[in-house]
Design a protein. Structure first.
Length: 308
């Protein structure tokens, strides 16, 4: 943790990030009507890098130019993990529901908690451990709500329906997205300590964009020729979930642990559900509401235990 005082509370910043990131699933689904998932991921990071370029190449160019090859290698590795995260998660939305994909991709705190002690030498406060347990329990309940129903006597689950078709593949991709996101957060926690937010995000997002565009070209996917509204959805992905949402997460990494930041990611399914109610008329059931409440309690417990 750094000793400099943030402009706003990192916890408030994480709350704003949750709101911005929650729109991602809906924007992705809109873009997927015309564009392949890998192309959407590449445009998301590409647009974000271009929008950051004036500030990064202006005010922060000296800072970026002074980076050592070792530092650039670490930032490039973080960008590669970020590229893998988006490639896996966005593709998962082609094969499974938004709810299941969002819940599985937000298991990131589990992987961060398992790896952070070894990678960063951080001790997990008791509140973070309790919050992690509550949030993960809530995530499991939300996931069960997709395949289980209470008939008044017992909980009946149709597991075959859950994994029928390509659902299993989509779920595995979302889980992989969570694993890759944990690597991105753990590397970022160390690199952000000595870099400004603009310099860090520009290099990392740029590295991720290069990786994704290389994958698009390797896969032989069309880089252009999409309807104008598809580009608008992808630009919105870059502005709101990426520049506002993910950049705020990166900003918070300077003040709180990677575990607290990753636990806050569990708010995304809640925010996405609220947006789905407002925009799509999808009202969550009672089981989903219980799971969502547990996730919010987990975020509160973890955040409260971290001094800011």
């Amino acid at each position: 943790m750094t000793s400099d005082k943030p402009v706003i509370s990192p916890i408030l910043g994480l709350g704003l990030a949750i709101l911005a990131v929650s729109a991602a699933s809906i924007l992705i689904r809109m873009a997927q009507q015309e564009a392949p998932s890998l192309v959407i991921a590449a445009y998301r990071l590409g647009f974000a890098t271009v929008l950051l370029a004036p500030a990064a190449l202006g005010r922060r160019w000296g800072e970026i130019r002074a980076l050592s090859w070792k530092a650039l290698g670490g930032l490039a590795l973080a960008g590669a993990f970020l590229a893998l995260h988006f490639a896996a998660w966005i593709t998962s939305l082609e094969h499974t529901s938004v709810a299941i994909s969002s819940v599985l991709v937000t298991t990131t705190p589990l992987w961060v908690a398992l790896l952070s002690t070894l990678a960063l030498g951080e001790r997990l406060p008791r509140g973070v451990v309790l919050g992690l347990g509550a949030a993960l329990a809530g995530g499991v309940i939300v996931a069960l709500s997709q395949t289980c129903a209470w008939d008044g006597v017992r909980l009946a689950c149709d597991w075959q329906a859950s994994w029928r078709g390509q659902g299993l593949w989509g779920s595995l991709l979302a889980l992989l997205g969570a694993v890759f996101a944990s690597g991105y957060l753990l590397i970022g926690r160390r690199m952000r300590a000595s870099l400004s937010l603009t310099a860090y995000t520009f290099v990392v997002y740029g590295s991720a964009a290069v990786c994704l565009w290389a994958a698009v070209l390797f896969a032989g996917l069309p880089a252009g020729g999409y309807p104008l509204n598809t580009y608008a959805w992808m630009l919105a992905l870059a502005v709101f979930p990426q520049l506002i949402g993910h950049s705020t997460y990166n900003w918070a990494l300077r003040y709180v642990s990677a575990t607290v930041v990753s636990v806050s990611l569990l708010g995304e399914p809640i925010g996405a559900s609220l947006l789905a109610v407002l925009l799509l008329g999808e009202v969550p059931g009672a089981v989903e509401l219980v799971g969502g409440a547990l996730i919010l309690v987990g975020i509160f417990l973890a955040a409260r235990s971290e001094p800011v």
